[in-house]
Every structure is written in structure tokens, then in C-alpha cells.
Ligand binder design. Sequence first.
Ligand code: GLP
Length: 260
Amino acid sequence: MEVVIAAPDELAGLAADAIEQLLAAKPTAVLGLATGSSPLGIYDELVRRYEAGRLSFAQARGFTLDEYVGLPADHPESYRNVIDREIVSRVDFAPGAVRGPDGLAADVVTSCAEYEAAIVAAGGVDLQILGIGSDGHIGFNEPGSSLASRTRIKTLTEQTRGDNARFFGGDIDLVPRHCLTQGLATIMSARHVVLIATGYAKAEAVHHLVEGSVSAMWPGTVLQHHPHVSVLVDPAAAGRLQLADYFRSTYAAKPEWQGL
Ligand code: GLP
């Protein structure tokens, strides 16, 4: 697990560098796309580089992490629509190249199994962009999630519904109770995980993620078992890291040739 502490725009640039290098080496790369406010700077930077002709998503594919259950297909906050708005429609992904869990599926169990199979059939996720919830969830894997979980239905915590109420006019009652999410084992199958967190509200979750015991109580901690994780945090989100000075000096001494 590499921890980089830097300003948010620098973090977005580092993540975009990793994606640009991946697409240059493998134009058919499979990207794991995350919603939430944390990755927005990365998406803006990718769009800038796309518009500058530096990269293309024309042969790439994408899989989103999660989806609310029951939101109408045209609801602006369905994650399918959010991800279209934030990145997919702004670059040159081919039609149908980005998929997400189907929050309106009649048979949820079959639909989730098909989603897992589609990720495998695509060759697996090469690079997964991730945020983290203030309670340590990744995707929508809330505390208590099985560390071996696969895509399935989950019930959102009141904390997450409260955190996300800002996208529903501040009304927690409008935030769905259920979601579909890639499981922790699904996320662990990605070859490279790039997690970005900013702001002091994430500091406790980041501390557990990097320095805590691996536990279903802080689901992101499962990433300590992943061989290639880049944790990108601003100074506020790093505010509770005991090893912050070590991470800063390690990054300052990093060989030039070594990307994320
Ligand atoms: C949401 C999403 C997660 C996201 C998290 C943090 O609930 N399901 O994928 O990482 O919350 O969101 P934000 O980046 O807006 O803080």
C-alpha cells in the first residue's frame, strides 16, 4: 500500500497519469469507475487530457462499483446517470462499453451473478478508482460486510444515507435504503486500486484503512491484503495517520521512473 499525501489537484494528476499510462500500454484496458465527489477531480483531469488528444477510451471498457436499488432509470442520482454525466459522456467510450449493476433488476441475485461474470469475461478490472465513506465503506460495502463478498444487495447505514442526502435535496428520506455493490472480493480482484480521499471527514477512515487492523468493521482495510494499492490523500484526510511523516519522506525519495 503506497500512501501519497499531496494537494487534491496533484492527487488527481497522479491518478490520471496512471490511467494515461495504462491506456497507452493497453488501449483495451478495463477501468473500474467510482461515483462520489472524491473522484471528480480525476475525471476532470482525464477529460482535459482526452480533449488535448493525449488519451482515448475508444477501445476501453468500464464497470461501475455500485447502484441504488429502485431509482427510476431517468433519476439524475442513479449512479448509472451520475457516471455518464461525470465521465462517460465527456470522453469517447463506445456505446455500451461501461456497465453498472442493475438497480431495477427483477431478479437481483441472477443480475448480480451476471455482473460478476461480465467483469470476468472482460478480463477483469485493470485499474479501479475508489473513494471511501466516512465509515470506511468502499463501493457500498458497509461495516460488517464479508471480506469475501461478491456483487450483491446491501442495506445502507443511516450514516451513509445521511452523508448522501446532499444529493437528494438534503432529505435523507429520499435516499434509497438498498443498493447493489461489487463485493470486497470483487474489488480485490482489480489489478491496481487507486483510492482517493480528501477532507478531515475522511481522516478516521483513512487511518483505519492504512494503519488499522483488517476488519469487516472498517471494510476498506481488506485492501491491506492487496498487492497494488495507491492511497491518495490530501493533508486533511491524512490528518490522523501516525506514519504521515514516513509516507511523506518515502514519496519525496521515490525513484523518478516509478509511477503509482
Ligand atoms: C458513496 C459511494 C462510494 C463513495 C463514498 C464516498 O456512498 N457508494 O463509492 O466512495 O460514498 O463518497 P464521496 O467521495 O462523495 O465522499
